[in-house]
Design a protein around this ligand. Structure first.
Ligand SMILES: [Mn+2]
Length: 356
């Protein structure tokens, strides 16, 4: 087991790579989507929450992440003594019609293939993704964590329909005609995922890149009137069963699993790590269940984090664990202090399991 740090696009700097190394991380997970572009929400040193119009504007549909820029990023990370483990999330600008089954779908499946090939060429082993129409939406910010630390949570469902031009909680077409995205069924969304995996996984295998699915965060059967895929732990099995490719992997989010109303988080960690399908792990703590939960500090929520680590160790998980999100600490660097606290805790817990 190795520790990593996830960094948003604007945080991919030498200082932050050094910070990660100093806090005991050996790996970086990089976000290349700019979640903070033109949206109204919390400051960009916290995870984005957004408004009913989402996090903001998606990126440039014509500008795919090139092998060159991906290689430059990997080399910048390596120059600070770290490894670049994964890129997390596709830009809605590049694949909105794959999610929506729209007219640009076949061209955008090619976009995804190009991006996967570029990751392979750049020597980045994992692409994390989240196959969701409504995306990570409906969350609130408040003094939810210990000592009144600002954190993210949910205070009830969000079923307000999505307008045209929006998917995955971002706006990909600000000039889309008025109207709402019509609701689809769960079966239809699974069909779209199945087609996506069938098209992309052979390319991923050839490129030596794992495609790793994040569960739906927040995990509810529907949000904004649209179905969601993995909102209970056993639905991850359905993803694995859809396609036997070894590149069909999981971006295993323990916090999201803990927010699910059914199942047991330790059973889920045991089951899926035993299968050897975890590409990397998001590990954070949480209090409550969707749609009423609060993200907490790593040591204060419902999840027994050392127990999760023991199960991962027992099942020989050799991949990277990142803190995912943490509450903001009251100081000049709220995000960094939260992450340093989580990494320090995780490092101590992992060292307790594996004495030097
Ligand atoms: Mn997560």
């Amino acid at each position: 087991m190795q520790l990593g740090l996830g960094l948003y696009r604007h945080m991919l700097t030498r200082d932050n790579f050094q910070f990660a190394r100093q806090a005991g991380a050996t790996h970086i997970v990089a976000h290349l989507v700019d979640y903070f572009k033109g949206g109204a929400h919390n400051p960009d040193d916290n995870q984005p929450t957004g408004t009913p119009r989402g996090w903001g504007q998606a990126g440039d549909p014509e500008k795919l992440w090139s092998a060159g820029e991906l290689r430059d990023l990997r080399q910048a990370v390596e120059a600070e003594g770290l490894k670049l483990e994964a890129i997390e999330n596709f830009d809605p600008a590049h694949w909105h019609d794959v999610l929506l089954d729209g007219p640009k779908k076949s061209r955008q499946l090619e976009n995804v293939k190009t991006i996967i090939r570029n990751l392979g060429e750049a020597g980045i082993p994992i692409m994390g993704y989240n196959f969701s129409l409504a995306g990570v939406c409906g969350r609130t910010t408040g003094p939810y964590a210990r000592g009144g630390a600002m954190s993210v949570g949910m205070e009830g469902p969000l079923e307000e329909p999505m307008p045209h031009g929006m998917v995955w909680n971002m706006v990909y077409d600000a000039n889309a005609p008025k109207g709402l995205v019509p609701p689809i069924t769960h079966a239809e969304l699974w069909r779209r995922l199945e087609i996506f995996l069938r098209e992309i996984l052979p390319v991923a295998e050839e490129a030596n890149v794992k495609l790793a699915l994040h569960p739906d965060d927040p995990p509810l059967p529907t949000m904004r009137g649209q179905p969601r895929l993995v909102y209970q732990p056993q639905l991850y099995q359905k993803v694995i069963d859809l396609n036997p490719s070894p590149a069909n992997a999981l971006e295993f989010c323990v916090g999201t699993l803990a927010e699910m109303s059914a199942g047991d988080v330790y059973d889920a960690v045991d089951t899926y790590s035993r299968l050897g399908r975890l590409a990397y792990v998001h590990l954070r703590n949480v209090h409550g269940k969707a749609p009423f939960y609060r993200e907490t500090f790593i040591d204060e929520g419902d999840v027994d984090v050392p127990r999760v680590l023991r199960i991962l160790k027992q099942n020989n998980f050799g991949g990277v664990i990142i803190p995912d999100h943490t509450p903001q600490m009251s100081c000049a660097a709220p995000w960094h202090a939260g992450m340093a606290y989580a990494l320090g805790y995780l490092r101590a817990a992992v060292q307790g399991l594996v004495p030097a």
